[in-house]
Ligand binder design. Structure first.
Ligand code: 2RA
Length: 340
């Protein structure tokens, strides 16, 4: 016996990947419903070799459904997630709305799977921000061995993190470079993204950081350890899919690069590609469609005591969103709901 599963936001980049990954991983589904806003009503989406017609999120009755994966953004989540939760359907939400709520678990199954057991307070579990998810997968096994004191991270985030319109914008601006009469005016971003980088993701905070950077700080503390100090700089780059991160770590205890590499090689969800030669590292284009969080360029940082540098790449639509949400559903099934 399996689960009755809902995907809300089924026509968006992340919603479509949720359906793809549920099918790829043969999640035990007895029945599945794909929900979308009224303007996308009736759009057909794929679930493995099946085609689903989207239903109306606004009128959908969640009673009798077991799990709802939400990828609709904070606004609609605020309206519909409590409705689903009240109907007895466990919501796994990809928006930022509930991530910082003390009564809602924020889960990356490779790091804190036991946290799903706290779902019942609101019948909601939160998925982390994409740039946080891949980073904590890399940090957790190292933290368990040598206790992380401080992390300094610079991100190189692809445009798919901003949605379909941003993907179109990068494509159109790139074409316009070769066809000068084409429109290359920024719409999604404040400046041109083609052949450029933008050190600004989400809104600016009082202290001059951006909300994307704030998310990485707060979410890392909630998922791994509140004592870890995180300093983040989040940058948008002209890449379609795949976030990259340069991560500098300072540990309480000594950890040499060979041991770090061995730990990462054995850690869940990680693929180490790390050779000190041409091409001996991963680039975002190579991670697209993969489940893994790839780690390269592992090396001591000799400018501080107990320092380590590494390069981390992952598909932001998968581990950064849809895959992590499905893995939370798998963990919830194994630890709590126990069907399937
Ligand atoms: C981004 N992390 O990359 C944000 C939301 N997906 O735009």
């Amino acid at each position: 016996m399996g689960y009755k599963v809902v995907v809300a936001g089924a026509t968006g980049n992340v919603g479509r990947e949720m359906l793809n990954i549920l099918a790829e991983r043969q999640f035990p589904v007895d029945e599945i419903a794909a929900l979308a806003s009224r303007r996308s009503l009736g759009t057909e989406v794929s679930f493995g070799d099946k085609t689903l017609k989207t239903q109306d999120l606004d009128t959908f009755d969640f009673s009798g459904w077991d799990i709802a994966l939400f990828a609709v953004g904070s606004g609609p989540t605020k309206e519909y997630a409590p409705k689903a939760a009240a109907a007895g359907c466990v919501v796994i939400d990809n928006s930022s709305l509930y991530r910082y709520d003390p009564d809602v678990p924020l889960v990356v199954p490779e790091c804190n799977p036991e946290a799903v057991e706290g779902y019942a307070k609101k019948n909601i579990i939160a998925n982390p921000n994409c740039s946080t998810a891949q980073m904590v997968v890399a940090l957790k096994p190292l933290h368990d061995r040598a206790k992380i004191k401080r992390v300094v991270v610079s991100t190189y985030q692809s445009v798919s993190g901003s949605g379909k319109e941003a993907i179109d914008e990068l494509w159109d601006q790139t074409k316009a470079i070769y066809n000068p009469t084409d429109d290359r005016e920024p719409k999604v971003y404040t400046k041109q993204i083609a052949f450029n980088v933008i050190p600004h993701i989400d809104v600016f905070m009082e202290d001059g950081s951006t909300k994307e950077e704030w998310k990485m700080v707060v979410e890392t503390k909630k998922i791994i350890d509140p004592a870890i100090k995180v300093s983040a700089t989040c940058v948008r780059v002209p890449v379609f899919v795949g976030h990259s991160e340069s991560i500098n770590i300072e540990f309480e205890d000594h950890l040499d690069e060979e041991e770090a590499r061995d730990i990462l090689r054995e850690a869940p969800g990680i693929m180490v590609i790390d050779k000190r030669e041409d091409g001996g590292y991963v680039t975002p284009i190579e991670c697209v469609g993969d489940y893994a969080t790839f780690i390269s360029r592992i090396r001591q940082d000799s400018t501080i005591d107990n320092g380590l540098n590494l390069w981390c790449v992952s598909d932001n639509l998968r581990k950064g969103a849809a895959l992590n949400a499905v893995q939370i559903a798998e963990t919830l099934g194994k630890r709590v709901l126990k069907k399937g």
